[in-house]
Design a protein around this ligand. Sequence first.
Ligand code: GTP
Ligand code: ZN
Length: 222
Amino acid sequence: MDRREDNNQDPEEDHMPGSLDTPLRPDAFVLTDEQKIEGIEYHFKEIMQLLGLDLEDDSLKGTPRRVAKMYVQEIFDGLKPENRPAARLFENRYGYRQMLVERDITLYSSCEHHFVPIIGKAHVAYIPNEHVIGLSKLNRIVQYYGRRPQVQERLTRQIAQELRDVLKTDNVAVLIEADHLCVMSRGVNDVSSSTITSEYSGLFEQDAYRLEFMQAIRHNKS
Ligand SMILES: Nc1nc2c(ncn2[C@@H]2O[C@H](COP(=O)(O)OP(=O)(O)OP(=O)(O)O)[C@@H](O)[C@H]2O)c(=O)[nH]1
Ligand SMILES: [Zn+2]
């Protein structure tokens, strides 16, 4: 659940129309983690059996529980509000008013249509007001929203909204470039295409700021 979901805010207040919420059941938080793991283990075993796999095999028999733990404790643990990263803010005592860009943030997510990986990079930027944030928290925010079943558009917007909320500024940019395994390894089987999504708000709606951001993320590391 996003803080936006906690607050039950009106989506009309967003910078663009449309809901940012990850669609969750009303009872999403009733079960304990162990109950979720047991349930998923049971059902994943059924899936494997339906595929004709021998669950007595040494290598396969632990798979249902491994998958269940991976879903609940690792790749989908961004569904749990308690895992939302604590925002470590510092007073902007040095009066830094320029753009801060955190680029090439490793992104792992999962396609909500096929439950296979999305792998890419996120680039985020903001122009501070009264507060600056610990750099690693930017990576953590990307990680948290990535660790959910996602579509790239919603992921991009959730990260941007979180940055605006946490940093109390509209001056935020997010650009994600990612490979979707559902496009690469199945279906259309295209290994060369990739997907770029972005959101710009505040000063980043102006061409000059957008350009500076684009140049920063494309600039070669020396
Ligand atoms: N917009 C958007 N689409 C996505 C994303 N990830 C996967 N998809 C697409 O979701 C669509 C699901 O379409 P369906 O036709 O229901 O699924 P499908 O029959 O498996 O489609 P193919 O992938 O074309 O074989 C596919 O076109 C995927 O490429 C994403 O992050 N954003
Ligand atoms: Zn997919």
